[in-house]
Design a protein around this ligand. Structure first.
Ligand code: PBG
Length: 322
């Protein structure tokens, strides 16, 4: 007979008691803040659907990174908004492109901050798809060349980690081969391995100006109902040489974070995406939810599910509270 011998409330009686038996902790070092870098000088262009987030020019990004570093946040992930987009995503792999210049500037000022780059074509193509469009679809193998070229230019500029997010087959091995061939054997690949064709990316596409001009991304990003397939994607990326795996979005895919944690030995990241962030803000603005508490509770749930690293737009706010 469990009761009255067991009374679970004993260990919940006070803040100190709850703290003593807490199973899951958040640390700023586990957070990665996504940043959007654009051309210009002293540009700070707020993203209306993502409160507190903005497109920033390189000088402002460097300032932001100093603050991020001083808060003890683990790292940043950079997304570029080029002045010029074309069919071949050429600014994505331009050694003097917006992201490549931003990396150099950040690395000069913030020696300790881990700088991750998002490797994808969609911000750089005029049609907004993640690769080379042939007919009505994205040609897989032709797109790999651009991705490998982009990853190499990021590494050459000083990126610490490259993170491919396009969901083409074989991009991890293509990037690994290109990096190794140029002597960048020590640059890790953080693969967006289980990335779903999710409607939670809506606000990001405004932020990164990367909405597909026709069709959608369902022929390359994963179908949300599929869990076994996600495990296979992650396994294949590990075989191709991924050093870290990511599940994206986070909150609607906590089961996969847990499954990945149990099955794979490498660090697991989860991306709390723009839609998750903006929904919480919107509800808070209406007075329906407490923003600070929902932020911490949602981040905690992602850690409890098993993520080591969380990419989150809340990184600075959460780090200040912790
Ligand atoms: C792009 C990319 C996307 C996100 C990160 N990298 C958008 C997409 O695939 O459409 C989404 C991030 C977010 O919603 O916060 N390649």
């Amino acid at each position: 007979m469990a009761f009255p011998i067991h009374r679970k409330r004993r260990l919940r009686a006070s803040d100190s008691m709850r703290r003593l038996v807490r199973e899951t902790w958040l640390e700023p070092a586990q957070f990665v803040l996504p940043l959007f870098v654009c051309e210009g000088d002293d540009v700070y262009k707020p993203i209306s659907s993502m409160p507190g987030q903005a497109q920033m020019s390189i000088d402002r990004i460097v300032k932001e990174c100093r603050e991020v570093e001083s808060l003890g946040i683990g790292g940043v992930i950079l997304f570029g908004i080029p002045a010029h987009k074309d069919e071949t995503a050429s600014e994505g792999y331009n050694p003097d492109g917006i992201v490549q210049r931003a990396i150099r500037a950040i690395k000069q000022e913030c020696k300790k901050l881990v700088v991750i780059t998002d490797v994808c074509n969609c911000e750089y193509t005029s049609h907004g798809h993640c690769g080379k469009v042939v007919g009505n679809d994205v040609d897989n193998d032709a797109s790999l060349v651009w991705l490998a070229d982009a990853a190499l230019t990021h590494a050459q500029a000083g990126a610490d980690i490259v993170a491919p997010s396009d969901m083409m087959d074989g991009r991890v091995v293509a990037i690994r081969a290109r990096l190794d061939g140029a002597g960048y054997t020590n640059i890790p690949i953080f693969s967006y391995a289980a990335k779903f064709a999710s409607c939670f990316y809506g606000p990001f596409r405004e932020a990164a100006e990367s909405t597909p001009q026709f069709g959608d991304r369902r022929s390359y990003q994963m179908d949300p109902p599929n869990a076994r397939e996600a495990m296979h994607e992650m396994q294949l990326d590990l075989e191709e040489g991924a050093d870290m795996l990511m599940v994206k979005p986070a909150m609607a895919y906590l089961d996969l974070i847990r499954a990945a944690r149990e099955q794979f030995p490498v660090p697991i990241g989860a991306y709390q995406v723009s839609g998750e962030f903006s929904m919480m803000h919107a509800a808070a603005e209406k007075g329906w939810i407490d923003l600070e508490r929902v932020m911490i509770e949602s981040l905690t749930s992602i850690r409890r599910a098993g993520a080591d690293i969380i990419l989150t737009y809340f990184a600075k706010d959460a780090a200040r509270i912790l």
